[in-house]
Design a binder for this molecule. Structure first.
Ligand code: FAD
Length: 413
């Protein structure tokens, strides 16, 4: 029995691994490189980082399956992962992130903020992000830490943002807390090495899928950019369904991201020593900076591996700016912060469709197109892009096990 999987990100590779283990003949079609969003940035200086940080976050009681799977391929190092936010735009003024009550006393108008907090409803249900935040923390904390950041990250007004991730992302503890209350792990081996090992028994075709050849409610083959027709019994998609469906009149958007990676030599570390993530809810065009000193490589003293995340839509100017523009932007940020730095090497990576938009109109259009795709009895889908859900590696691994069970059930029926 054969299965062809579209996309070799963590969704496609995990599914490919599990299916090949169960004796299926698996082909994976990938238009870029193996790893998808998990592909590392490799610097000419010999160091590397993720294209945006990729910790394995999971709760060891309920989600242990992720750890078990990745442990088959690599040792996993446990981390306590801390972040800071910089609402004043100054590295000298770090505030706790997740935002804490302790942050309030860092402001001159703390009395008013405490009053607003006392009058706020506290943790509550709300349909939209701004309602949720205003009810929980009042207007000033919301405006200083979340409102502008959310608009910059998603590119839409926070009053339109919906979802089930508010509770999880916005915890608002009393004192500084690590970023994730469950476990956070990082593999000793690179993600792409792990994923390539996972799919060592699968055939990989490097080509872009552009559409489907169908017969009633069955897919016969995938049509590709290079004019191939890839026939199979079952198909799994981990990509944008609008690429596969051309008879539904709707388009939906994703938030994309330009990820700038740099190996720098600098006069100081950007964040306090226990912190790896810095969030920027201010006028800088980036949202987050990561320091990769948690990765298993020995980075010389005074040198740092960083990524800087610039969210945008792919029809925005930012998406097509040159590598030099990003070098200059980051250089002037460091300069403004009083950090003397030399960029030893840098690379700009573009991640299209990095985030499904948590906006009702977009979700409805996605469902329309995805609904058409799911009418095909031999098509299955999973992953962040294909299910249009704001999910993590742990959720995708869970989906892969479920998808393999579904496929097996259709075979044994
Ligand atoms: C900035 C950022 C930070 C993150 N940090 C974390 C974290 O710390 N922990 C965590 O658990 N998760 C994190 N995530 C989420 C995680 O990266 C994603 O959920 C996961 O990598 C998505 O995997 P995927 O296989 O679904 O999609 P992708 O990785 O996007 O894979 C899809 C693949 O399909 C290929 N493809 C696309 N179109 C075609 C086509 N037409 N034909 C053939 N192939 C095609 C692509 O090239 C790609 O390889 C982060 C995400 C971002 C954006």
């Amino acid at each position: 029995m054969g299965v062809t999987i579209i996309g070799a990100g963590v969704a496609g590779c995990t599914t490919g691994y599990l299916l090949s283990q169960r004796g299926y003949d698996v082909t994976i079609v990938e238009k870029g490189g193996i790893g998808g969003l998990l592909r590392e940035i490799e610097f000419d200086t010999g160091y590397h980082c993720d294209s945006a940080p990729h910790l394995l976050f999971y709760d060891e009681t309920e989600e242990a399956i992720v750890g078990e799977l990745f442990s088959e391929f690599s040792e996993l190092d446990a981390h306590d992962f801390y972040a800071k936010t910089y609402p004043t735009g100054t590295l000298d003024e770090p505030h706790d992130y997740p935002v804490t009550k302790a942050n309030i006393d860092l402001w001159d108008d703390s009395e008013q903020i405490w009053d607003e907090l006392a009058n706020a409803e506290g943790k509550t249900d709300a349909d939209y992000f701004d309602q949720y935040m205003l009810k929980q923390v009042g207007p000033t904390l919301y405006e200083r830490y979340n409102e502008g950041y959310t608009r910059k990250h998603w590119g839409v007004e926070p009053e339109r943002i919906t979802g089930d991730w508010f509770d999880f992302k916005i915890s608002f503890p009393e004192e500084e807390d690590s970023f994730f209350s469950g476990g956070a792990y990082y593999p000793q081996k690179k993600y792409t090495t792990i994923l390539k090992e996972m799919i060592s028994d699968c055939d990989v075709v490097f080509d872009g899928v552009t559409g489907l050849d169908t017969d009633g409610d069955r897919i016969q083959s995938l049509v590709t950019e290079n004019g191939q027709r890839l026939e199979d019994d079952r198909f799994v998609s981990t990509i944008d369904p609008s690429i596969l469906v051309d008879d539904v009149d709707a388009t939906f958007d994703y938030r994309s991201m330009v990820i700038y990676g740099a190996h720098i030599e600098a006069s100081e570390r950007l964040f306090p020593s226990h912190v790896n993530w810095g969030y920027f809810p201010n006028d800088y065009e980036f949202t987050r900076v990561t320091d990769y000193d948690f990765t298993p490589q020995s980075i010389p003293e005074g040198e740092y591996i960083l990524t800087v995340e610039f969210p945008c839509f792919i029809d925005e100017d930012l998406w097509t700016r040159s590598d030099e523009w990003f070098d200059d932007y980051v250089r002037s940020f460091l300069d403004e912060q009083g950090v003397e730095a030399e960029i030893l090497d840098s690379q700009t990576r573009r991640a299209p469709r990095a985030y499904p938009l948590p906006v009702e109109e977009e979700i409805q259009k996605f469902e329309l197109i995805n609904g058409r795709l799911s009418e095909y009895e031999n098509m299955f889908n999973l992953g962040r892009v294909s299910t249009y859900e704001y999910i993590w590696i742990k959720d995708i691994v869970q989906q892969a096990y479920e998808t393999v069970d579904e496929i097996t059930a259709t075979v044994t029926q």
